[in-house]
Design a protein around this ligand. Structure first.
Ligand SMILES: Cc1cc2nc3c(=O)[nH]c(=O)nc-3n(C[C@H](O)[C@H](O)[C@H](O)COP(=O)(O)O)c2cc1C
Length: 298
């Protein structure tokens, strides 16, 4: 009997948390951060998986339900856009809401949020906490990793930081993620990202939210320089770029990730009808050399 109890205790000790992180990443920063987090978990002997919300499997409700049910810790990771959550991530959370009624004990799971930013996260944990509550999840941990801004356009020239600075920030990010993971496995409450910047965030959000809905109107294509490689069409996360009668059209649903603008090899995506000279407005091609765009979709 004594041995049996001892065995049970040991089994409880070795019952390790199973992590799943659903991420969206327009240009690779969030993907890199989630990969780092998942690697930290795996190196520590934990079962951790990461899925892009662009992954077709995740769009299947029964697969998504199964993943949510079998995981002890559920995470969402996304970049901050205009002090807000990207529309595509909001839609994904709505999708989870649709299936969450049939899921068991979601409120008992450890729920975490990882965000990435260029400057400041004016969105913070409060608003996302309410959104998560609506699907039965309780926010336990929130972390914000600063890498670099990823858009520089005519009218808003904010070039990405140098690769040296980015490497420094990546190192700092890894340190933060290690600490974050340490709190996660102890199932501690660990909410970061609360500060005075949430107040301007509120104002920024009010201004940018209506603009985000029509972001597709800002983009067009210079067919004189376009080489028909279709990188933009094939990699648009919301399938908002389509070809009609030899013309490329940007349609409603665009999540404003700037993947098309940054990764166009001939810099043919126009912003507000203007050509953005890449020598002046630097394109951000992700946090690692030769980033494979396919990684952002799986
Ligand atoms: C439309 C848009 C709006 C953005 N707004 C903000 C912002 O409000 N605050 C901020 O710090 N960074 C902002 N950024 C920068 C991104 O949040 C940052 O570069 C992020 O790490 C990109 O992640 P990704 O590479 O995974 O897409 C914005 C980027 C885009 C494309």
């Amino acid at each position: 009997m004594f041995n049996y109890i001892k065995l049970l205790n040991n089994a409880t000790l070795f019952m390790i948390m199973r992590f799943v992180t659903f991420f969206f990443s327009g240009t690779g920063n969030t993907w890199w951060v989630v990969k780092e987090f998942t690697d930290i978990a795996s190196k520590n002997g934990y079962n951790a998986e990461m899925f892009s919300i662009e992954n077709d499997q995740i769009k299947n409700p029964s697969i998504l339900s199964e993943l949510l049910e079998k995981s002890d810790a559920i995470g969402f990771a996304y970049p901050i856009y205009g002090a807000n959550i990207p529309p595509i991530m909001r839609e994904f959370i709505t999708e989870v809401k649709r299936i969450s009624d049939n899921l068991n004990k979601l409120d008992q799971k450890y729920c975490y949020i990882i965000t990435t930013i260029g400057y400041v996260n004016g969105y913070g944990p409060f608003k996302i906490k309410n959104t998560l509550r609506s699907i039965g999840l309780k926010l336990k941990a929130h972390i914000n990793i600063r890498l670099t801004n990823n858009i520089s356009t005519p009218g808003l020239k904010i070039n990405p930081v140098s690769s040296k600075k980015l490497e420094k920030r990546k190192k700092k990010g890894t340190k933060k993620l290690n600490k974050f993971f340490g709190k996660n496995i102890k199932e501690k409450k660990y909410i970061r990202g609360i500060g005075p910047w949430l107040i301007p965030g509120m104002l920024i959000r009010r201004r940018t939210a209506p603009k985000m809905k029509v972001s597709y109107q800002r983009f067009s294509i210079n067919l004189d320089t376009c080489n028909n490689c279709n990188i933009c069409i094939n990699n648009c996360p919301s399938n908002s770029i389509i070809e009609v009668d030899n013309k490329i059209i940007f349609k409603k649903g665009c999540t404003a990730c700037f993947r098309c603008y940054n990764f166009c090899p001939t810099h043919s995506i126009l912003y507000n009808g203007k050509f953005a000279d890449p020598g002046v407005y630097h394109r951000y091609l992700g946090p690692i050399d030769n980033l494979n765009l396919k990684n952002l979709k799986y």
